[in-house]
Design a binder for this molecule. Sequence first.
Ligand code: LER
Ligand code: MN
Length: 269
Amino acid sequence: MRTAITISQVPEAAAGPFVFHAPLAESFTLAKETGFDDVELFFPGPDHISIEKVKALSETHGLGIAAVGTGAGMVKHGLSLTDPSLDKRVEAIDFIERMISFGGQLGAPAILGSMQGKWGGDVSRDQALEWLSEALLIAGRTASKYNVPFIYEPLNRYETNLINRLEDGAKYIEAHSLENIVLLADLFHMNIEEANLAASIRAAGKHIGHVHYADSNRQAFGFGHTDPAPIIAELKETNYTGHLSAEIFPLPDAKTAAEQTIKSIRSFQ
Ligand code: LER
Ligand code: MN
């Protein structure tokens, strides 16, 4: 398993669960100094910065790109794949495809979190899940052109009413024969939704392609009350070789949160 830490460059997400918010070069330096293998990037969109600049930073600091988030499509541009408006859905899938291409050129998969949206009002649950599966079919195909998967993230009930649990995500992927789609196990969301985190990881097994390594309160592991030992043991058991990526609040400050994450992960290595 590799370690990763989140870097956000989205002012609208300044209060979000991202560790480093400093300008990009400074954030890369901080991630490297703390001992991370890779970084997970949260950008305003695919045109925020050139691929060449990110590649140069990645090479200079010896940090790979673990994944790129698409959440700015929602928080900055108000886009969702399950929006009742066809125009908005088209705009949303276009944003996702361009983020897949941006990440893909860096060897990194893109993540679908908040842009999955919610059902309600004029949109039934079945309709929203159908639109979502159509979008995931396209996203999986586009990602395969870059030899990366596309990552779908079940979120807790306060953020979506579509799919909240890992096992439901796995069943959904199988029921719709979605290819090249992997699940993101965000241990913060799971702490809210799952009866037993390790058992859920076991059940979702091979579908898991990325992990957001967050304690119960979305702080660094050790600052909340989730026991990481059975989770790590289960990830090892399922032969998970992806990232443990710290998508957490920078509390009490970014440096301490980053150091605590590394300390927690090293205690299992
Ligand atoms: C995204 O990775 C996530 O976990 C969401 O909760 C962001 O709002
Ligand atoms: Mn997450």
